[in-house]
Ligand binder design. Structure first.
Ligand SMILES: Nc1ncnc2c1ncn2[C@@H]1O[C@H](COP(=O)(O)OP(=O)(O)OP(=O)(O)O)[C@@H](O)[C@H]1O
Length: 261
């Protein structure tokens, strides 16, 4: 394996909503141009954790963070951080497609326009290229000016990914991107993640309960669990190959081996 460069270093992260501690002592690195999966039972803090990586956790309640999250060596919890810029660079795709009631084209253009004005020709190129990158072009090229909400759920999710790709993030956080999709639509999203993995420099973090999928698409896996006080912790981190064949911790073993054939 080539030399691993940490894009994000999480150092002893504690996270609270109000006074309720949700995560404790989480330390791990997310490597550049790799896919890192976050797995663990429901309620162990996976979504909260990835929302801490671009400070989206602060949008959901009275959030309090201790410790550090360094994005290319800068602590994102410093006061002077520009949150819009951070969230463009560390972008999130949610479990359910969250498109605007706008056309396919305008949904993808939305984020690009916020970043700055572009001549129409250039904007057209950016949009076409992002939709192609999301493996969706052939399906929507004749519907660019129709409502995005008329697309199927799987197409909508890939359009959300296109919208994110259009602003050229460095890191793509995906919270159960195949949630609620039928097996074919789910496989298309998975194929898209695979193709991004092979042909781009993008760093990806994905939460999934589907361990077969995690085994296919990720390079590294972090296993989270709650402790005896029901606070989320990281139990084990390693290459996906090692985590799924020879995990060290008995809790990882129990979780992984119960879900893999
Ligand atoms: N906005 C919020 N305010 C208060 N508590 C929250 C909030 N969001 C999540 N929690 C709590 O944080 C804990 C972790 O939730 P989180 O959604 O991060 O877990 P998860 O591992 O992603 O679960 P799942 O696999 O079911 O999606 C849960 O106890 C949840 O109730």
């Amino acid at each position: 394996m080539n030399k691993l460069i940490p894009a994000i270093k999480v150092k002893n992260l504690n996270f609270y909503y109000d006074t309720q501690k949700i995560l404790e002592g989480v330390s791990m690195e997310i490597y550049q141009s790799k896919v890192t999966a976050i797995i663990g039972p429901s309620g162990c803090g996976k979504s909260t954790f990835i929302k801490c990586l671009n400070r989206m956790c602060e949008l959901e309640g009275e959030a309090h963070v201790e410790g550090k999250v360094e994005f290319f060596n800068q602590n994102i919890y410093e006061r002077r951080i520009n949150l819009n810029r951070l969230r463009r660079q560390v972008s999130m795709v949610l479990p359910k497609p969250n498109l605007f009631p706008l056309s396919v084209y305008d949904n993808v253009a939305y984020g690009v326009k916020i970043v700055g004005w572009r001549p129409k020709v250039e904007l057209d190129e950016i949009i076409e290229s992002a939709i192609k990158e999301a493996d969706l072009w052939d399906e929507v090229k004749n519907k660019l000016h129709k409502s995005a909400l008329e697309l199927s759920a799987g197409q909508q999710q890939r359009l959300c990914i296109a919208r994110t790709l259009a602003v050229k993030p460095k890191i793509l956080l995906m919270d159960e991107p195949c949630f609620g999709l039928d097996p074919i639509a789910s496989m298309k999203v998975e194929t898209l993640i695979q193709s991004l993995r092979l042909r781009s420099e993008l760093t990806m973090v994905i939460i999934s309960h589907n361990l077969q999928q995690v085994a296919r698409i990720s390079d590294f896996t972090a296993f989270f669990h709650t402790n005896e006080n029901r606070i989320g912790q990281i139990v084990e981190f390693g290459t996906t190959k090692k985590m799924f064949s020879n995990p060290i911790d008995s809790r990882t073993r129990d979780y992984v081996f119960a879900r893999l054939p």
